[in-house]
Design a protein around this ligand. Structure first.
Ligand SMILES: [Ca+2]
Ligand SMILES: [Ca+2]
Length: 235
């Protein structure tokens, strides 16, 4: 019995160590640097590359180069302003300098193609769009033609997610609770996904993008088991 316990402990320790070393992909993209560049390992795309391919995006956590690249299409230009959370602080993962500026296109649709994702993994995709636009202007933001699952602040009404009124969700200009859209389970047979922003009545835009790997269920279960084991041992 004691040997078995030691065996299980060792197995869990190995599993635990293996898990803790894993770096789940976390890529953050700031469009553009019109109001400065987000710090740390953000990928800042300046206006000269708004409709180009940018390769070797780096991982936010450790700064290593990833297999991901992006290609923008149909963007007109860049702009800044209208990201005024209270005291200009960061909100969640969105740094102030990432939240302030964006690429835009007037009464049209523009996109970002992401290439290089694993075909066997699931990703969470988050897209931040401007809310300092004409009141009532709604965006249609999609990932591979799918609307978001929810917003950061907890909106789940499909109608609201399909016609995203960021002004209503976040408050106009001085709003202190910026909100954005989240797709929780994005997979791709090709390793490519397409992010689009369109707006009929004002500027379509994207301010910032985050693509993060969703840990596999087996790994999550292992983490849960490890946690359970550690708790029991402490007791
Ligand atoms: Ca920026
Ligand atoms: Ca930005």
């Amino acid at each position: 019995m004691k040997l078995l316990k030691i065996g299980i402990s060792a197995a869990l320790l190995i599993a635990f160590t293996g898990v803790s070393k894993a770096n789940y992909l976390d890529v953050r993209i700031d469009l553009s640097n019109d109001h400065g560049s987000a710090s740390g390992n953000w990928n800042v795309i300046d206006e000269s590359k708004k409709n180009s391919t940018v390769t070797g995006l780096v991982d936010y956590i450790d700064g290593t180069s990833t297999d991901l690249s992006i290609t923008g299409s149909n963007w007109d230009g860049e702009w800044h302003g209208s990201w005024h959370p209270e005291n200009d602080q960061d909100v969640g993962w969105v740094e102030y300098d990432a939240g302030m500026d964006h690429f835009n296109v007037y009464k049209d649709s523009a996109s970002i193609e992401v290439v290089g994702l694993s075909t066997s993994k699931s990703y969470q995709v988050e897209i931040v769009s401007a809310y300092g636009v004409e009141n009532g202007a709604t965006f249609h933001l999609t990932v591979d033609n799918e609307y978001a699952d929810r917003s950061y602040q907890g909106i789940t009404d499909p109608a609201a997610l399909e016609s995203w009124d960021a002004v209503a969700a976040s408050g106009y200009n001085e709003g202190d609770s910026p909100d954005w859209l989240i797709w929780d389970d994005v997979t791709s047979d090709t390793g490519n996904i397409n992010l689009t922003s369109s707006c009929d009545s004002d500027y379509a835009n994207i301010k910032a993008i985050r693509i993060s790997e969703v840990p596999e269920p087996a790994t999550m279960a292992m983490l849960g088991l490890g946690g359970l084991f550690l708790r029991r041992r402490k007791a």
